[in-house]
Design a binder for this molecule. Structure first.
Ligand code: SF4
Ligand code: SF4
Length: 510
């Protein structure tokens, strides 16, 4: 299927987007590779924060035996997510381990040695979405530990409860998968269209919306055809919009804009405009959780790039170490391969082969030198290509100049915090300036500064509170002392009066 942008926009009643780029897709490496389930790994590492929000609270300790589906860490607050054992085995460690995250910082992690039996424990009760209420369906997402599987890792239940707070009308299911190389969502839509449509309708019911729309890029003709076989589910008409192939089409706010014409203000929620976006893999996980009582235990990961021997789409258990995934794909080839977790535009370098695939891991890429961006940065020539490419309407070269001058506040003034880190500017820059890397670095510095400022303010507040407390105690002591003195004086006065009265009485008696 090859459709021009103008044709697509007209035919589908879509709205125009600003910016964006057209990187080489390179999806052919795995697009025709059906999903294959990977055998049980030798080790499972489960970070207790695989999601945005508070880390989960561990419920197991070293030496405990666990069964498949068992809750091993529970959500600590509203924005958090349960973690379950993806297979049966024994807990061999509960401690800190490198996070599969750009920071690479250690996070609390439960490590399980699988026993090879893959024995299920009791599952969650099966639900009939036809009879369930919206809050019951949203709560199931929390019980099952489902998080956004498109990469963001936002707890799905929090988003599904938004219907109780905002006046929602539309759920958009994101099947754009605009990152080069990645084909896991494409394969999932082709091979599990019925389950995805069912999960999407369940989510629509949980949100209480009237419209359920799928957004799929035009380069996924087979997926569009597969989804088109299911037009009415749970009372929902399934509306499929064929989107132009353009990066970053899969960014939530851009999907909302192109499909509904509603523009989400920077740092606002699309829910405030009546729209919620979920990924196709999240819809699939919701189907399994509601219809079969299965928590979030596995996901499909694209393993690709010229640096891996056999690129594939693998269904892996959450927590499978990257090394075992790459070994299953024949291992790395070439000696200058760079490993990336996620897509090449928004992913991050892999710091260690021991880190695991988690609920939000869509891809593991092994990129050869020829596939990587050139790293020889040259001076900015003020060509404006980055401005044209930026979907957020920013001036990347200006932000970069200010960051290079250590003027972070100045970078914020020209929109640093509105940057969605999509990497379009870096891709478009003819001088190979690593713009988005600089923006991420600057945001990290600002977050650190904010945290230090917050700590300083907190220390000041605590010191002031202690001084006030000490002053109050001293004042109370002074008051008590003065009261005691007054009482003593009163007592003495009364004793003197009594003595005088007695002396007067004795004198009168004589
Ligand atoms: S990374 Fe930020 S500045 Fe660059 S194009 Fe994307 S939104 Fe614009
Ligand atoms: S694209 Fe690169 S060279 Fe052109 S203005 Fe932007 S930063 Fe400068």
């Amino acid at each position: 299927m090859s459709l021009s942008l103008a044709h697509l926009l007209n035919r589908n009643g879509l709205f125009a987007l600003k910016g964006g780029v057209h990187p080489e897709g390179r999806k052919f490496l795995t697009a025709e590779t059906p999903i294959e389930s990977m055998p049980l790994p030798s080790l499972i590492r489960l970070p207790l924060r695989q999601h945005i929000g508070a880390q989960a609270e561990p419920l197991v300790k070293r030496g405990d035996a666990v069964v498949k589906g068992q809750l091993i860490a529970s959500a600590r607050s509203t924005v958090s997510a349960n973690v379950h054992a993806p297979t049966s085995g024994q807990v061999i460690a509960v401690g800190f381990f490198t996070a599969p995250h750009p920071s690479g910082l250690p996070v609390p992690t439960v490590t399980i040695r699988p026993d090879g039996q893959d024995s299920w424990g009791p599952r969650l009760a099966r639900m009939h979405p036809e009879d369930a209420t919206a809050p019951e369906l949203a709560t199931r997402a929390a019980e099952a530990g489902i998080v956004g599987m498109g990469g963001a890792g936002f707890p799905a239940a929090v988003k599904l409860h938004l219907g109780q707070k905002f006046d929602l009308d539309t759920l958009i299911i994101n099947g754009a998968e605009c990152e080069p190389y990645l084909t896991c969502d494409d394969r999932l839509m082709r091979e599990h269209a019925e389950e995805i449509v069912d999960g999407a309708a369940i989510m629509a019911k949980a949100l209480g919306v009237k419209r359920l729309i799928f957004g799929v890029e035009a380069n996924k003709a087979a997926a569009i055809a597969a989804l088109s076989g299911y037009r009415n589910v749970l009372g929902y008409h399934i509306d499929i919009r064929v989107l132009p192939t353009q990066y970053p089409m899969g960014s939530g706010n851009h999907l909302v804009k192109i499909i509904t014409g509603r523009e989400t203000p920077a740092r606002a929620l699309s829910a405030e405009l009546g729209v919620v976006v979920h990924n196709v893999a999240t819809a699939y996980a919701m189907h399994l959780a509601v219809r079969y009582g299965e928590p979030s235990l596995h996901r499909v990961v694209t393993v690709s790039g010229r640096g891996v021997k056999e690129p594939r789409n693998l269904r892996v258990l959450i927590g499978t170490p990257i090394k075992e995934i790459l070994d299953h794909c024949g291992g790395l080839i070439g000696d200058q391969t760079q490993l990336v977790m996620g897509g090449p535009m928004m992913g991050f370098p892999v710091q260690s082969l021991r880190i695991p695939a988690i609920k939000s891991t869509s891809g593991i890429l092994a990129l050869t030198k020829a596939e990587r961006r050139k790293s020889d940065a040259m001076p900015c020539i003020r060509c404006g290509s980055c401005v044209q490419a930026c979907p957020a309407g920013l001036t990347p070269f200006e932000m970069n100049t200010r960051i290079q001058a250590e003027n972070l506040d100045g970078a914020v003034e020209v929109g640093l915090m509105d940057c969605i880190a999509c990497g379009c500017c870096t891709y478009a820059c003819p001088s190979n300036i690593p713009l988005v890397q600089g923006f991420s670095y600057a945001k990290g510095r600002l977050a650190e500064k904010q945290s230090q400022d917050h700590q300083r303010e907190e220390t000041k507040r605590l010191a002031a509170a202690r001084t006030a407390r000490e002053e109050a105690i001293a004042a109370a002591k002074r008051e008590a002392m003065a009261k005691r003195k007054a009482q003593m004086a009163e007592k003495k006065r009364k004793e003197a009066e009594a003595k005088a009265a007695q002396a007067a009485n004795e004198e009168a008696a004589q």
